[in-house]
Design a protein around this ligand. Structure first.
Ligand SMILES: Cc1cc2nc3c(=O)[nH]c(=O)nc-3n(C[C@H](O)[C@H](O)[C@H](O)COP(=O)(O)OP(=O)(O)OC[C@H]3O[C@@H](n4cnc5c(N)ncnc54)[C@H](O)[C@@H]3O)c2cc1C
Length: 379
């Protein structure tokens, strides 16, 4: 009987897993021994890291999207029909469209979502670049900004650990180029007692901000935003006025994960090495939706996906797992509009950011285009 691999979520992780399995399981797909099905929410696939560039006019919206069916291998059965209930006891998923899909192996790759509504006043008064509407709105706000107080406010948990630093440094150069820096006060807030969760990154960022004259507030856990007085208040009792608030809203996993009883806040308890859902032998979790205590990033999702492709293929072909995930993450960091650095780390090796260079910035820009090859499993 044909074995079914069901992938819930057609973003970065789900797509790489699906295409990678097609590459490894060619014979089984040809003979009908295996079939692969994916459930998604839209016909389009978005390259989310490109959102960072939209407010600065450095990427066009159309560059962020591709038709999902063209990104996917043709052997994948793709349904735009979101999962409504995931039943890991009965090995089946029911959808908004009323379908029921049974599986032998399930891959949960539903990602995360921003929740500005979780902080009073944030949705009304905040700007962000973590979705397309927000990025457009921020682009317009920056277009009419003539100087004043800007607060870059970081809330946890959030995906892309370095995007808040990137937007801060890009903002500095953007305002400098427009002749507005002398009329601006830029303050970066972070919830813990340093500028970044990764200690070496925090140590690197502090002198950079000091050098550029960017102010910061640590131990700033956002309590509320007052749209009328344009102030943002922390639980620690600090109140900052702003003319423009750029926030990284707190994130949660998807409702379907919570509703199916698979994890509080939408985060699925996951084995850090095998990527099994805790308590399951045929359910795997990749990307933002895991509860693994490492950065929620596209590169994390990609490295996890590579491990899962090997493990699922060998499970199907040989009945055993191939290898463990070692916690690898790689992030480019834009340090302005024309320079960048990068960090890589894993469970045992901490990050070590190097001096910024134009070359690394160009690599990041090149990767923004190469992503589509990577999603297809060609890179
Ligand atoms: C502004 C920004 C900048 C970033 N920059 C970087 C960067 O420079 N480097 C980096 O490594 N990462 C970066 N990231 C993070 C990266 O994009 C994410 O970590 C990555 O997309 C996670 O992959 P994923 O597959 O887990 O989730 P996603 O790519 O979000 O995919 C989840 C998919 O699941 C689908 N889904 C949700 N609910 C259901 C349901 N009920 N049924 C079916 N499908 C469902 C969603 O529609 C979505 O397609 C950035 C993100 C943002 C927003």
């Amino acid at each position: 009987m044909s074995k079914t691999v069901l992938i819930v979520g057609g973003g970065l992780a789900g797509t790489i897993v699906a295409n990678g399995l097609c590459r490894q399981l060619g014979n089984e797909l040809r003979s009908g021994a295996v079939n692969i099905t994916m459930l998604g929410t839209t016909e389009t696939h978005m390259y989310q890291p490109g959102l960072l560039y939209i407010p600065f006019g450095r990427m066009r919206e159309q560059e962020l999207y591709r038709d999902q069916r063209r990104v996917l291998d043709r052997r994948i059965n793709f349904f735009v029909d979101p999962a409504k209930h995931i039943d890991v006891e009965k090995n089946q998923v029911t959808t908004n469209g009323g379908r029921t899909f049974r599986y032998d192996y399930l891959v949960l790759a539903t990602g995360s979502r921003i929740m500005p509504q979780n902080i009073p006043g944030m949705k009304e008064a905040g700007h962000w670049f973590y979705d397309i509407e927000g990025a457009r709105k921020l682009r317009d706000a920056l277009g009419s900004f003539q100087g004043g107080k800007i607060v870059v406010n970081v809330n946890a948990p959030h995906k892309c650990p370095v995007a808040p630093l990137e937007v801060t440094f890009m903002l500095y150069e953007h305002l400098k180029a427009k002749g507005l820096w002398d009329k601006t006060e830029l303050t970066y807030t972070y919830p813990i007692g340093r500028l970044h969760a990764l200690e070496p990154v925090a140590h690197w960022a502090k002198p950079e901000m000091d050098r550029l004259g960017i102010k910061y507030e640590t131990f700033f856990n956002t309590e509320s935003v007052d749209p009328a007085s344009k102030t943002i208040k922390s639980m620690e009792g600090v109140e900052l006025p702003f003319d423009l608030l750029i926030t990284i809203p707190p994130h949660q996993g998807q409702q379907v994960i919570e509703d199916s009883g698979l994890g509080k806040g939408g985060w699925v308890p996951t084995n850090t090495k095998t990527l099994h859902r805790d308590g399951s032998t045929n359910v795997f979790v990749v990307g933002d939706t895991t509860n693994i205590p490492i950065s929620k990033a596209g590169s994390t999702a990609h490295f996890e996906a590579d491990v899962l492709i090997d493990n699922l293929s060998t499970l199907i072909q040989e009945g055993c797992m191939a290898r463990d995930y070692d916690g690898k993450v790689f992030c480019f960091i834009e340090t302005g509009l024309s320079s960048g650095t990068y960090v890589w780390f894993n469970y045992t090796t901490p990050p070590n950011p190097g001096p910024p260079s134009q070359m690394v910035h160009w690599f990041k820009l090149a990767y923004n285009r190469l992503y589509w090859l990577s999603a297809r499993g060609l890179l």
